[in-house]
Design a protein around this ligand. Structure first.
Ligand code: C2E
Ligand code: CA
Ligand code: CA
Length: 844
């Protein structure tokens, strides 16, 4: 890639020497490869160094009149503009002392006179490479720069030993000169070896070697590989050049320049490492991954082995960035990288290639069963919640796997196919691993086609709106409708929003789509009103992407204008994730929309991350309790508690509250007794085509509300899976005039509890599915005032203990029971219940 011979990429080199001959030699040598500038004195050199194009390297003669090389170097170093230009000193052969001083001042290297072309070119190339690597690093990011500085000392050490060693001999081959790099590389102090025969010292007296030939006056040798002996008896692998020193036809000796190959490679690897790592997580980045993957493929091909590429991607990571901001997203990624790294098998490479996209390359992977085992710990890294400041949340990820060689032969196709598999995992709901199959590419293409189709669908009018009625829980009357979009696909039939809204959001099509929905819903509502139907609001969903892409206030104003709908009959449904992207901006837009008299609600409330302190400042009108809580309302104490809390929260903020997805009488009963204001759900009506909704409005149909709580305190709930037991109890208890409810299972019992106010519950201990202990435990959490009695055989002691512990039983009765004792116990229990209620009524 880096081709110094290309003019576009030519480095500028400044050569400084007071002898015109030297300048001539150097520039002739360098000009074919570099842009050369020359100066024949120090002052001129400083001027050129500070001008543009700034030289990337300076070859500086030491011995010059006026300003000598040292002075020039000092001034270069003092000026921030020139400080980073590497300087190579050009010096007389045996000026060891000069060199020492030069290194101290910050020269990066030496070239000895007489000038040897190969040496000059090699060193110039090396130092330019180093400089460019360093510049690239510095440009790339501040972190690495800091990292470099921190490691500066270490780097210089490496440099010293990676630098070229030089020694010279006299005509007899005795060492006359050795530079610090050679000293470092070979481990001899200069004082010890000077004067000794080089061959015996470094080459074990190898009399026929090329060095000897060189000494004997044969031609110089270049770029040979050999090993030199160190003082400690070990050998180092070197590349070296050897040149005879000839003056006036007389052979004076040789100069050997050598470099430790291993050290140099280690050093280059170090440079490589620094430019190949991801700044945020410290993991290999895409570049390095490609290299590693290519290597792994080569090895796998050679050894006829398989290789797995796993792509790891967080589900809904966008939400975190959108709602908590990018610093939070970064923190999550850093934490995640750490966790992943801990669970990566030895020999595997983990890289971060983009956003929340991690790749794992695992050599020697034989089959998909092994892969599944491999994926497990990766998915497991998400088991523990993430914490950002005060918030704690759970994340999940999708994994896609592709195997070499079946799923791809090269890095590109392996990564692409692993990505296709990952998307497949995501489409299936995330939190799983998918293996690549050829069909996936087809599906990827299909997704593209769908996107195209969707674009056209908007133009062709294939989108339709359905309207789901919303009902008051006080009157049972319809109070409005939510507009829900569908796609009448020419080939695939009527598609729900789940199959195209996410795509629309990804592709940006959500903006025109959302505008169409808003316009259509407003126009439709206006048309209904014009047709004499009761004037009711219509609610329209907005996506977070929309709020980022356009000015909603402007859009709403123009749509209301165009359609002539009174803004009082429009409601916008916002989600919590929109809020946090830019809370202040969001608060401001809610206020402006409010001023237009548009109503606002927060959709899917309870699933996002909104903070209560913000909630108070939004100009909203109602909260929509998310379906997921409503679904489990009567069975799961947590959902019940959340729903209950949302209702109280809304009321204390002066907002109304609507429950979505209400499907059963039991849910309805719960919501009514908890004073939820409104509902929406299949129990009353599914979303309807416009004409059907209009017909429903015209019909005046109402939701049948549960009767308000009766003489509540005398209601008794019996739960037993055995019908004869229930029958016997009923017979017995009817005498005392209780209102009796009977259930055959815990679940059924909870349903009844949701719909009736029950004073006392008697439950069997042993029931399939939900045990008596479990059931009474839930009753206690959800209906703490209710008095709980357990019926059980003497043998179920364990169950009883658990129940007592979990459910705080009022009494435990053994089967078969004594009728009188049971009746007495019940009277006691109801008295107890009234006291509890009395306390509560008195307290609140
Ligand atoms: P949502 O806003 O939470 O809408 C309520 C969803 O619950 C609707 O699904 C509705 O049909 C469904 N639903 C209503 N009652 C019940 C019930 O009793 N039981 C069950 N199980 N489901 C019920 P739908 O129509 O499939 O819409 C799904 C989501 O697509 C919506 O969730 C909303 O987020 C999005 N969406 C729909 N229309 C639009 C639109 O025009 N723009 C945008 N941005 N999103 C839309
Ligand atoms: Ca909605
Ligand atoms: Ca919703």
């Amino acid at each position: 890639m880096a081709n110094t011979d290309k003019t576009a990429d030519r480095a500028t080199i400044l050569i400084v020497d007071d002898t015109p001959e030297n300048l001539g030699v150097l520039s002739e040598l360098l000009q074919p490869h570099y842009a050369v500038r020359a100066a024949n004195n120090g002052a001129r050199a400083l001027a050129i160094a500070a001008s543009t194009p700034r030289p990337e390297l300076i070859l500086l003669d030491i011995m010059m009149p006026d300003l000598d090389g040292y002075a020039v170097l000092e001034r270069l170093q003092a000026d921030p503009a020139t400080r980073n230009i590497p300087v190579i000193f050009v010096t007389a052969l045996n000026a060891t002392e000069d060199e020492q001083r030069g290194f101290e001042l910050g020269a990066v290297d030496y070239i000895a006179k007489p000038i040897r072309p190969a040496v000059v070119l090699a060193r110039v190339r090396t130092h330019l490479e180093l400089k460019r690597a360093r510049d690239r690093l510095q440009d790339e990011n501040a972190w690495l720069e800091a990292e470099l500085k921190r490691r500066n000392r270490q780097r210089e050490l490496i440099l010293a030993s990676a630098g070229e060693g030089i020694y010279g001999t006299d005509a007899e081959g005795r060492l006359s000169f050795i530079n610090p790099a050679a000293v470092a590389l070979l481990g001899y102090p200069a004082t010890e070896v000077l004067g000794r025969p080089a061959h015996e010292t470094f080459h074990r007296g190898d009399a026929d070697g090329p060095l000897r030939a060189c000494l004997n006056g044969e031609l110089g040798i270049q770029d040979c590989a050999d090993r030199f002996l160190r003082r400690d008896g070990t050998w180092i692998d070197v590349e070296y050049t050897c040149e005879p020193i000839v003056e006036g036809g007389e052979r004076l000796g040789i100069v050997v320049t050598f470099r430790d190959v291993g050290e140099r490679q280690r050093y280059l690897a170090e440079i490589e490492r620094k430019s190949n790592f991801d700044e945020l997580t410290g993991l290999p980045n895409r570049n390095l991954l490609r290299d590693r993957l290519n290597q792994a493929i080569e090895l796998a091909a050679r050894d006829d082995e398989k290789l797995a590429v796993l792509l790891f991607n967080l589900d809904r990571f966008k939400n975190i960035n959108d709602s908590l901001g990018h610093p939070a997203g970064d923190a999550v990624l850093r934490e995640l990288a750490g966790r992943l790294l801990d669970s990566v098998p030895p020999g595997a490479t983990l890289a971060r290639i983009d956003g929340d996209q991690f790749v794992l390359v695992v050599p020697r992977q034989a089959d998909s069963a092994g892969l599944a085992r491999l994926a497990q710990p990766l998915l497991q890294t998400l088991a523990a919640p993430f914490r950002i400041g005060e918030r704690e949340f759970q994340l999940s990820a999708s994994l896609g796997a592709a195997l070499y060689p079946i799923d791809g032969q090269d890095s590109e196709s392996l990564l692409r196919n692993a990505a296709a598999a990952m998307y497949e995992a995501k489409a299936a709901g995330g939190k799983r691993l998918s293996f690549y199959t050829a069909a996936m590419n087809e599906r990827a293409i299909e997704r593209l086609e769908t996107e195209n189709d969707l674009r056209l669908a908007i133009e062709r009018g294939e989108l339709v709106l359905h309207y789901q009625p919303q009902v008051s829980l006080r009157s049972g009357r319809i109070i409005g409708a939510e507009a829900l979009v569908r796609w009448q696909h020419p080939a695939r039939g009527l598609l729900g929003p789940g199959s195209f809204i996410p795509l629309a959001e990804e592709s940006g099509l959500i903006v025109p789509l959302g505008e169409w929905v808003l316009r259509t819903a407003c126009a439709q509502n206006r048309a209904w009103q014009a047709a004499g139907l009761p004037a009711l609001p219509v609610a329209v969903n907005l996506s977070a992407r929309q709020i980022l892409a356009q000015d909603l206030v402007e859009l709403a104003t123009s749509v209301l204008n165009d359609t002539g709908l009174d803004p009082n009959f429009l409601e916008l449904e916002l989600t919590e994730s929109m809020v946090m992207a830019d809370a202040e901006a969001f608060i401001e837009s809610t206020r402006r929309l409010k001023r237009l008299s548009i109503s606002l609600s927060i959709d899917d409330f309870g699933t996002g991350f909104s903070s209560l302190s913000y909630l108070k400042r939004f100009a909203i009108d109602r909260l929509k309790i998310d379906q997921s809580f409503v679904r489990d309302l009567t069975q799961d104490p947590n959902s019940a508690a959340i729903a209950q809390t949302i209702i109280s929260l809304a009321h204390s903020l002066g907002l109304s509250v609507i429950a979505e997805g209400v499907e059963t009488e039991a849910q309805l009963g719960f919501l009514c007794t908890r004073h939820c204001d409104e509902m929406q759900g299949y129990l009353f009506s599914r979303p309807l085509p416009a004409a059907d909704y209009a017909a429903l409005l015209r019909s005046g149909r109402r939701l049948a509300l549960p009767e308000p709580a009766r003489t509540a305190n005398r209601t008794l709930l019996l739960v037993d899976d055995e019908a004869p037991v229930l029958a016997a109890l009923k017979r017995l208890l009817r005498r005392d005039g209780y209102t009796l409810l009977a259930a055959r299972s815990g679940a059924e019992g909870l349903d009844l509890l949701a719909r009736h106010e029950v004073g006392v519950v008697i439950s069997d201990a042993r029931m399939p599915e939900m045990s008596g202990a479990e059931f009474l435990g839930r009753v206690r959490e959800m209906y703490p005032d209710t008095v709980r009695i357990m019926l059980s055989g003497y043998t179920d002691l364990d169950a009883v203990t658990t129940a007592v512990n979990r459910g705080e039983l009022f009494r435990f009765l053994a089967k078969p029971w004594d009728d009188d004792e049971l009746l007495l116990t019940l009277r006691d229990a109801f008295r107890h219940y009234e006291i509890r209620r009395g306390h509560r009524a008195g307290a609140g």
